[in-house]
Design a protein around this ligand. Structure first.
Ligand SMILES: Nc1ncnc2c1ncn2[C@@H]1O[C@H](COP(=O)(O)OP(=O)(O)O)[C@@H](O)[C@H]1O
Ligand SMILES: [Mg+2]
Length: 233
């Protein structure tokens, strides 16, 4: 039987005494691309932060590759292959594109391996090379989003959580980000994208979940422009 990469059972999480997530259950397999939809305040970011170890669950279980993650720190989760790209992208504007990339994997002293990974990413995203010495603050919104994803990919994650990645992007930029997400899923990474509503850039033929009232329900197969190379799951 195929093992889920990520398995969440009856997860409850929130802040202080309040609960934002009440009873969340879902499973994600390697190479899947899924959307989590829900209005502002529904708890999309909270769900990602719980998976990434930033918010501690109150109840329930989160398993990654069969291992219980509940007491692990964010850095331990990153080392296991969980990468979270926050909605504000959190780049260092004063650092160059290249410095942002290489600053990604803290405590990794294997410099040649990092250089090799940066090189590989630049083959897919040429601006990483052509703009490598430019400060990240001078990039377009779309390039900043792609750089934030590229930085997360420096650790070669098995699960990539993209929080509201299309915000402030043009249609063409959003399509590029959606295309990259589909491509990564095609290569075996599990990719989850949180956003408020399906947009024109939203990939077709993928599973969407809707977060509502602290619960997650499988909602629909999103319709959007079809993308070559994206297999329906
Ligand atoms: N650090 C925090 N402390 C207290 N409440 C928070 C915090 N972050 C988010 N919340 C609350 O949790 C709820 C869900 O927020 P969030 O997970 O950011 O939703 P979404 O990402 O779907 O917009 C909201 O009511 C929000 O006000
Ligand atoms: Mg959010």
């Amino acid at each position: 039987m195929r093992m889920p990469l990520l398995q969440i059972e009856s997860l409850a999480a929130g802040y202080g005494k309040g609960e934002v997530l009440d009873d969340i259950s879902f499973a994600l397999f390697p190479g899947s691309l899924a959307y989590v939809l829900g209005p502002r305040g529904a708890g999309k970011t909270t769900l990602f932060m719980a998976i990434a170890g930033i918010v501690r669950p109150k109840r329930g279980v989160i398993r990654f590759d069969g291992e219980d993650l509940r007491r692990k720190r964010p850095t331990e989760l990153l080392a296991r292959g969980i990468a979270y790209v926050p909605h504000n992208r959190l780049l260092c504007s004063s650092l160059s594109v290249r410095e942002n990339l290489l600053a990604a994997v803290w405590r990794d002293t294997d410099r040649p391996r990092l250089e090799e990974q940066a090189e590989r990413l630049a083959q897919r995203l040429p601006f990483l090379k052509t703009c490598e010495h430019q400060s990240a603050g001078r990039l377009t919104d779309g390039e900043r989003q792609l750089l934030a994803i590229a930085r997360a990919l420096m650790s070669r994650p098995r699960l990539l959580l993209l929080d509201d990645p299309f915000n402030a992007l043009t249609r063409a930029e959003a399509e590029q980000v959606a295309g990259l997400g589909a491509e990564l899923a095609g290569q075996g990474t599990a990719v989850v994208i949180a956003q408020r509503n399906p947009t024109p850039a939203t990939n077709s033929g993928v599973t969407a979940y809707t977060l509502d009232g602290g619960r997650l329900s499988r909602s629909q197969t999103l319709m959007g422009p079809s993308r070559p190379g994206l297999a329906a799951t």
